[in-house]
Design a binder for this molecule. Structure first.
Ligand SMILES: Nc1ncnc2c1ncn2[C@@H]1O[C@H](COP(=O)(O)OP(=O)(O)O)[C@@H](O)[C@H]1O
Ligand SMILES: [Mg+2]
Length: 402
């Protein structure tokens, strides 16, 4: 029996852990939180801070694991890479893991490879920050160099905006660095790329719609297939593959985030080296029939990933609508009562839905990924119809607030 280590055991990992066990694997899982839902699902739960690489390596060694992975947790990606590298297990390598999680290193590497991207400059303090905004111009986007989930991400329209937000962006960065990028207008897209033995294949490209205002970076709707076509579609797929190669990923799942500009251009926002959160694995499963968790487990264990497992089997239009506050389907306020999910699940085209809402919690206007309190996935003959179905189904969840 083979043993696999999950680094991080939160809500997103739990299902993957159960899937690994169903496959006959023994699962060791680590998380700092003793109540993490994934720990209860593992054969061997270990409570440890996953940023403590020595401690995680020791656990991996003690349980003689055959491979390690993470699902959805960006900060675990370098840890998995370092642990597997130290133990001589299948690995993406710590260099690639760093470039895939540190936005400044990533931008410099992509620039050298000629991958299209926004203008950018790095900043560690106010003086550098002002200089960066001077170089890049406004509007721009300020972000921590190494964080995720939209934490510490701000749109900058003036020097005052920079002065007001730089501190918050730096505070979210482990290395105390921020990046300023030119703001790119257009349609944001998520791409899922699978690299096998150095060859990268695009599995899905989907639109990622965002709310107006302060939550401008949060994906609150996904629509597959993406709305671009023709030359721009071909360019997007080329750029996604080129970015994955430039960052050095030879075996693994990559998550390039792109923006399609109105003039036909494509720019890279960032590329992650993991199964994304936010139901992207569900998107891939329903849209093209590829099981990313199965692929990730095989790659973590150094097993072959045959074409039957790796390549799209069909193309099913769909839309994912997250439960978020107005102008999303939820009201804002303190939750008093949550209606049944049944009407949502029974609605036309719905293939999956879930909510994480709890009585007593406060629903706020969307600002972070964490403000998404569940989702509904609907399929249809076209992406436009799928979106209408997902929107209609989402409105069937009744939530009372005060
Ligand atoms: N240069 C940019 N131009 C326009 N929007 C951007 C830019 N950079 C980031 N964003 C928006 O902010 C979101 C979060 O930025 P990202 O770099 O992906 O950080 P995170 O690691 O938090 O996901 C993106 O998905 C996108 O919607
Ligand atoms: Mg991102």
């Amino acid at each position: 029996m083979k043993t696999v280590l999950f680094v991080g055991a939160g809500r997103h990992q739990r299902r993957a852990i159960m899937q690994a066990r169903d496959r006959g694997l023994r699962v060791v899982a680590v998380d700092r939180n003793p109540d993490a839902p994934g720990l209860a699902a593992a054969d061997v739960p270990e409570t440890v801070d996953l940023m403590d690489v020595d401690a995680v390596t020791e656990i991996a060694r003690r349980h003689a694991v055959d491979g390690a992975l993470t699902v959805s947790a960006d900060r675990a990606v370098p840890v998995v890479a370092m642990v597997t590298e130290r133990l001589g297990l299948p690995t993406i390598g710590s260099t690639t893991a760093h470039l895939m999680t540190h936005k400044i290193g990533m931008r410099r590497t992509l620039a050298e490879a000629g991958v299209p991207q926004p203008r950018f400059a790095a900043a560690r303090d106010l003086r550098e920050g002002r200089a960066a905004v001077g170089t890049v111009g406004v509007p721009s986007v300020l972000k921590p160099a190494d964080s995720g989930g939209q934490r510490g991400v701000f749109r900058i329209d003036s020097r005052d905006d920079l002065d007001a937000h730089l501190h918050a962006a730096l505070a979210e960065s482990k290395s105390g660095e921020a990046i300023v990028e030119s703001f790119v207008d257009g349609t944001e897209m998520n791409c899922i790329v699978l690299a096998r033995d150095g060859e990268a294949t695009v599995l899905t490209l989907s639109d990622r719609l965002r709310p107006p205002g302060i939550g401008f970076g949060v994906g609150w709707i996904h629509v597959y297939p993406a709305s671009i076509y023709g030359d721009q579609l071909a360019l997007a797929e080329r750029v996604a593959v080129q970015a994955v190669h430039a960052l050095g990923l030879r075996n693994g799942i990559a998550f390039p985030q792109l923006i399609a500009e109105p003039d036909g251009g494509i720019v890279v926002v960032e590329v992650a080296a993991r199964i994304p959160g936010g139901q992207m694995a569900d998107l891939v499963r329903h849209a093209v029939g590829v099981d990313l968790v199965d692929v990730a487990l095989r790659q973590a264990l150094g097993e072959d990933v045959p074409d039957e497992t790796a390549l799209p089997r069909f193309s099913q239009p769909l839309a994912i609508r997250f439960f978020t506050a107005q102008p999303g389907p939820l009201p804002t306020g303190v939750v008093r009562r949550i209606g049944s999910l049944e009407p949502v699940l029974r609605a036309d085209g719905v293939v999956q839905a879930e909510t994480y809402l709890q009585v007593g919690e406060t629903i706020r206007p969307v600002r972070l990924d964490g403000d998404r309190r569940g989702y509904v996935i609907a399929v249809a003959d076209t992406n436009v119809q799928a979106l209408a179905r997902a929107e209609a189904a989402a409105r069937l969840l009744s939530v009372e607030v005060e």
